[in-house]
Design a protein around this ligand. Structure first.
Ligand SMILES: C[S@@+](CC[C@H](N)C(=O)[O-])C[C@H]1O[C@@H](n2cnc3c(N)ncnc32)[C@H](O)[C@@H]1O
Length: 246
C-alpha cells in the first residue's frame, strides 16, 4: 500500500493547510511558481507525485494543452479528481520508479515534494530528460539535504522543549531515513546536494535556477513560529533545462 493511502497518514495530511486551501497555503509556492513558465499555452505537462493535483490544475488554468498527473496513492488521486479536475488533465496511478518514460512527449515536468520518497534519483532524472522535448523545463522541489539528513528530521531541544539547533548526521550516507510525519513513521530518502544537482547535470540538464524555500515577510509577520524556518533550509528548489548533449 502506498504511504499516502494509510488512513492515519492520509487524514493527517488532509488536515494540513496546503491540503485544505491549495497552493496559496503552501509556504514554498511563491518561490516554486517563479520556476515555472509564465505562459503555458500549448504545453504538455507531466507532474510527478501530483497528490491532490493543485499544480496540475494551475498548469491547466494557465493554458497547458495536456497535463498528466502521476501518483502511487489511490486516495490522493481520488482527491485530485474531486478538487482539481479539468478536461485536459489525466490523473494516473503509478510511482515514478515504474513510469515508462516516453520520448520527447512533454514541454514541462514538475515535481513538488515527492522526490524525497524516491531512493534512486538518477533513473528518474534520466527519464525526465528523455520525456522532455529539447528546451523543455524540469521544475522540482524536494526536501533539502540539510533537512533529510536531520536527526529524525527534528529539532534538538532543551529540557523545557526550547529549540537549541537542527542536528545533521550521516550527511554522506544517502539512503532511507525513518521520520515521523502526520502521526506516522515514514521512510524518506536522503540525497546529498551533489547527488541532486550533480545528478541533474549528469543526466544532461543545464541548471537555470537553484533556490531554498524560506518564509515570506508576510508569513513571518503572521506567524512568529515561522522564524524557526530561517534556522535551516527545509526545501530545495531547482529549475533545469533540457539542453542537447554536447
Ligand atoms: C507531500 S505530497 C505532495 C503532493 C503534490 N505534489 C503537492 O505538492 O501538492 C507527496 C506526494 O508524493 C507522492 N509519492 C510518494 N512516493 C512517490 C513515488 N515513488 N512516485 C511518485 N509519487 C510519489 C505521494 O503519494 C504524495 O501524493
Amino acid at each position: 500500500m502506498a504511504l499516502y493511502d494509510d488512513e492515519t497518514f492520509f487524514d493527517g495530511y488532509a488536515g494540513m493547510p496546503r491540503s485544505r486551501f491549495g497552493l496559496g497555503a503552501a509556504g514554498e509556492w511563491a518561490q516554486f511558481e517563479r520556476l515555472l513558465p509564465r505562459d503555458m499555452r500549448g504545453l504538455d505537462v507531466l507532474d510527478l507525485g501530483c497528490g491532490y493535483g493543485w499544480h496540475c490544475a494551475y498548469c491547466a488554468a494557465r493554458g497547458a494543452r495536456s497535463v498528466l498527473g502521476l501518483d502511487p496513492s489511490e486516495k490522493m488521486l481520488a482527491r485530485a479528481r474531486e478538487l482539481n479536475a479539468a478536461p485536459q488533465i489525466e490523473y494516473r496511478l503509478g510511482a515514478v520508479e515504474d513510469y515508462l518514460w516516453p520520448e520527447a512527449a512533454f514541454d514541462l515536468a514538475v515535481s513538488n515534494l515527492a522526490l524525497h520518497y524516491v531512493e534512486e534519483l538518477p533513473p528518474v532524472f534520466a527519464g525526465v530528460y528523455r520525456a522532455l522535448r529539447p528546451g523543455g523545463t524540469f521544475a522540482l522541489n524536494m526536501e533539502h539535504p540539510a533537512f533529510t539528513s536531520g536527526v529524525n528530521e527534528d529539532w534538538f531541544r532543551d529540557g523545557a522543549g526550547l529549540i537549541l539547533h537542527w542536528p545533521i548526521d550521516r550527511y554522506f550516507e544517502p539512503g532511507a531515513r525513518a521520520t515521523l510525519f502526520c502521526g506516522c513513521e515514514v521512510t524518506k530518502y536522503h540525497h546529498t546536494l551533489a547527488q541532486i544537482l550533480g545528478g541533474l547535470l549528469s543526466a544532461g540538464f543545464a541548471l537555470t535556477a537553484v533556490d531554498e524555500a524560506r518564509p515570506s515577510p508576510e508569513l513571518l509577520a503572521a506567524d512568529p513560529a515561522m522564524y524557526d524556518e530561517l534556522r535551516r533550509p527545509m526545501m530545495l528548489l531547482v529549475r533545469a533545462e533540457k539542453r542537447p548533449r554536447p
